[in-house]
Design a protein around this ligand. Structure first.
Ligand SMILES: NC(=O)c1ccc[n+]([C@@H]2O[C@H](COP(=O)([O-])OP(=O)(O)OC[C@H]3O[C@@H](n4cnc5c(N)ncnc54)[C@H](OP(=O)(O)O)[C@@H]3O)[C@@H](O)[C@H]2O)c1
Length: 374
């Protein structure tokens, strides 16, 4: 089932839009229904709002429909919203949600990666984490296959599937969708975050395999660290990781260091841009395969300098040492931009808006009420 070579039926081209997450004429897409899995999450909730603003009807899936309703029903355009209870771990759980949808955004993923230290750690990870993650994704894809209406699936992958080191351990000059982290290497070396890396690598691989077998049109979007403002009541994990030099969180800062050691820098994308890119890839008939979606990146010293500019309580001095000064590999999103996608926000905007939203939410102390800037 292919979308074909012209504009996909029912999809509106993004051409002529300002690229923003702005309300658009509901009539253009009024009859188009799409499904978003993981609608209570950081990306999922923003994506639902972006789609509703553009006039799509949205089937939003959540494990907890009460949580989803509190979060999503405040969005404008919510007359086009339906919430479905679906769990990746329950077979057939997505069938109702996907029924009648032209496209499905498979955003949901379990973020539980605690692994007890035990002898059979690999067996444990296989049976309790990676196999259920793959089954969960196949669960969604099988629902799409059964529905018969789904013309495209956009799968949310992760830059953890990508490495800037070649098979000799040397830095590549350019990193793109082909710079895939080797699965065996992850099993053998178990770098920090290895369970998440494996989970995303294996689910993406199986998703493409299943889609090929069933002739389903699937594209994968590869986000780096996503940050900026958020709609969820909790501060999203990725925003917390980005701000970990400021908060000094001993569990999250090492994640930033590990991204830096795998990619040579911290690639970033704004939440609005990653959601626009999801929609763009749904609507672009020519899209196929994988698409990295990073607007730019900062080395850790550059990132901490930017954070200290935005947040006066924070001094970057102690972070500047210990990281290489070499020019980091270029993380290329050319496949996406060559197709016509335009980013709206740069690295500085992302950091500025993440800090502002965390001050507003109370996660970071407010410099004005605390006396700074007075
Ligand atoms: N944020 C980033 O920087 C980033 C970067 C690269 C890739 N990604 C990918 O983007 C996707 C969304 O990430 P996020 O940052 O939005 O994470 P998030 O805020 O933790 O959202 C995860 C979503 O998945 C849902 N979920 C978890 N387990 C589930 C299950 N068993 N059945 C159904 N739904 C389940 C969660 O529902 P509950 O609310 O019920 O927990 C939540 O809605 C993930 O696939 C992630 O790997 C994110």
């Amino acid at each position: 089932m292919s979308i074909g070579s012209g504009p996909a039926a029912g999809f509106r081209s993004l051409e002529g839009m300002d690229g923003a997450d702005s309300p658009s004429s509901p009539s253009a897409v009024a009859t188009t229904t799409v499904c978003v899995t993981g609608a209570t999450g950081y990306i999922g909730s923003w994506l639902v709002r972006s789609l509703l603003r553009r006039g799509y009807n949205v089937h939003a899936t959540a494990r907890d429909t009460g949580k989803a309703s509190r979060l999503l029903s405040t969005f404008s355009g919510n007359s086009g919203l339906k919430i479905f209870r679906s769990d990746l771990n329950e077979e057939g759980s997505f069938d109702e949600a996907v029924k009648g949808c032209l496209a499905v955004f498979h955003v949901a993923a379990s973020m539980e990666f605690n692994v007890p230290v035990e002898e059979n750690i690999e067996d444990h990870v296989r049976s309790k984490i990676t196999e259920p993650a793959v089954r969960g994704t196949l669960n969604v894809l099988q629902a799409c296959s059964r529905a018969g209406s789904v013309k495209r699936i956009v799968f949310t992958s992760s830059i953890s599937t990508i490495t800037a080191k070649d098979d000799k351990g040397e830095w590549r000059e350019l990193v793109d969708e082909s710079s895939v982290t080797p699965i065996n290497g992850v099993w053998n070396t178990k770098p920090r975050g290895w369970v998440y890396i494996l989970s995303k690598l294996l689910t993406e691989e199986k998703a493409f395999q299943f889609a090929k077998e069933k002739c389903i049109d699937l594209v994968s979007i590869i986000p780096p660290t996503v940050a900026g403002p958020f709609l969820t009541t909790d501060v999203p994990a990725s925003v917390q990781v980005l701000l970990s030099p400021v908060t000094g969180d001993p569990n999250l800062y090492p994640i930033l260091v590990s991204v830096h050691s795998r990619l040579g820098s911290i690639p970033l994308v704004h939440i609005e841009d990653i959601c626009n890119a999801h929609i763009f890839l749904m609507e672009q008939q020519g899209a196929e395969g994988k698409f990295l979606c990073s607007v730019g990146s900062s080395t850790l010293p550059q990132l901490t300098d930017l954070l200290s500019l935005e947040y006066p309580y924070f001094s970057s001095e102690r972070f500047a040492k210990g990281f290489h000064n070499a020019i980091p590999p270029v993380i290329s999103s050319k496949r996406l931009t060559n197709l016509g996608f335009k980013f709206k926000y740069g690295v500085k905007d992302i950091i500025e808006q993440s800090v502002a939203c965390c001050i507003k939410n109370g996660f970071l102390k407010c410099p004005i009420t605390e006396g700074i800037n007075n």
